[in-house]
Design a protein around this ligand. Structure first.
Ligand SMILES: Nc1ncnc2c1ncn2[C@@H]1O[C@H](COP(=O)(O)OP(=O)(O)OP(=O)(O)O)[C@@H](O)[C@H]1O
Ligand SMILES: Cc1cn([C@H]2C[C@H](O)[C@@H](COP(=O)(O)O)O2)c(=O)[nH]c1=O
Length: 237
C-alpha cells in the first residue's frame, strides 16, 4: 500500500469528528491549550474544518466578561456573580458560535466549558452542582459537548509550568494585566487541589462523556496518549 493510502486508512476515524463538540479542560497549567493546538493541526491536516474558541470568551461579549472575571482588581466578586458571569459568557458562545458551526459540519473545539464551572465554582468554590447544572441547562439549551477531555496534573507540576509561561509572556506582551497571574490563578493551593479533584470526580461519574489524560508527562507523550484514547472513543461514535 502506498504511503498516502496508508495515511487515509489510519485516519478514517477523523471524519467521525464532523459536527462534534469536544471540550479541553483541566487545572490551570495542565497543558490543555498546548494539546488543543496539536489536535487542531492534526484534524486540519486531515481536511476537517474547526470552530475553535476559549472560555470565558470566544465572542466579543464573552471577551468583555472574561476581562471582568479575571481582573485581580475585582476581588469583591461574590461566588454567585462569578458563576453567573461564566455561564453568561457560555450562553452567548453557544448561540453565536457553537450552534451555527455545528450545523455547518465543523468540529467544535472549546478550551474549558461547564466542566470548569463544576470544578472551580462547584467543587472548589462550594456551590451546589445541581444549581450549576440547572443554570447550565437554561444557558445552553441543547448545546452540550460530546466529549470532555480532562488533562490531569498535580499542583506542583502545574505551578512550574505557569511560572515558565508567565516568564515568557513578559517578553511577548505589553499589557499590565498579562504580567501577573489572573484572579482565579491567585486563589490558594487548597482551592486548586479541590479543582483538580472536582474534574476527576466528574469524569468518574460520567465515563461515557469524559476522558482523563495523564498530563504530567512530556508534551509528546501526552499527545500520543491523547490521540490514541481519542481515536478509541471516536470509533465508537
Ligand atoms: N507536557 C508538558 N510538559 C511540560 N511543559 C508543558 C507541557 N504542556 C504544556 N507545557 C507548557 O506549560 C505551560 C502551560 O501550558 P498551556 O498554556 O498549554 O496550559 P493550560 O492548561 O492551557 O494553561 P491555562 O489554564 O493557564 O491557560 C506552557 O508554557 C507550555 O509550553
Ligand atoms: C470556564 C471557567 C473558567 N474558570 C477559570 C479557570 C481559569 O483559572 C480561568 C480561565 O483562564 P484560562 O487561562 O483561559 O484557563 O477561569 C472558572 O473558574 N470557571 C469557569 O466556568
Amino acid at each position: 500500500m502506498s504511503k498516502s493510502k496508508k495515511k487515509d486508512a489510519s485516519s478514517k476515524w477523523v471524519y467521525n469528528l464532523r459536527s462534534r463538540f469536544i471540550v479541553f479542560d483541566g487545572p490551570d497549567g495542565s497543558g490543555k491549550s498546548t494539546q488543543f493546538r496539536r489536535l487542531s493541526e492534526f484534524v486540519h491536516d486531515n481536511g476537517i474544518e474547526t470552530c475553535e474558541v476559549r472560555e470565558p470568551g470566544g465572542s466579543s461579549i464573552g471577551e468583555k466578561i472574561r476581562e471582568i472575571l479575571l481582573d485581580p482588581a475585582n476581588d469583591e466578586m461574590v461566588l454567585r456573580c462569578e458563576m453567573l458571569l461564566y455561564m453568561a459568557s457560555r450562553a452567548q458562545l453557544a448561540e453565536e458560535c457553537i450552534k451555527p458551526s455545528m450545523m455547518d459540519g465543523q468540529l467544535i473545539l472549546v478550551d474549558r466549558f461547564i466542566s470548569s464551572t463544576l470544578a472551580y465554582q462547584g467543587a472548589a468554590g462550594g456551590l451546589d452542582p445541581s444549581d450549576i447544572m440547572a443554570v447550565g441547562e437554561f444557558a445552553l439549551q441543547d448545546v452540550w459537548p460530546d466529549l470532555t477531555v480532562i488533562f490531569d496534573v498535580d499542583e506542583l507540576t502545574a505551578q512550574h509550568r505557569l511560572v515558565g509561561k508567565s516568564k515568557r509572556k513578559k517578553h511577548l506582551e505589553t499589557t499590565q494585566m498579562s504580567l501577573f497571574s489572573d484572579r482565579m490563578e491567585l486563589k490558594g493551593a487548597d482551592y486548586h487541589r479541590n479543582v483538580r479533584q472536582g474534574f476527576l470526580d466528574q469524569a468518574e461519574a460520567n465515563p461515557d462523556k469524559y476522558l482523563v489524560i495523564d498530563a504530567t508527562k512530556k508534551e509528546e507523550v501526552v499527545w500520543k496518549n491523547f490521540i490514541t484514547q481519542l481515536k478509541k472513543r471516536v470509533e465508537t461514535w
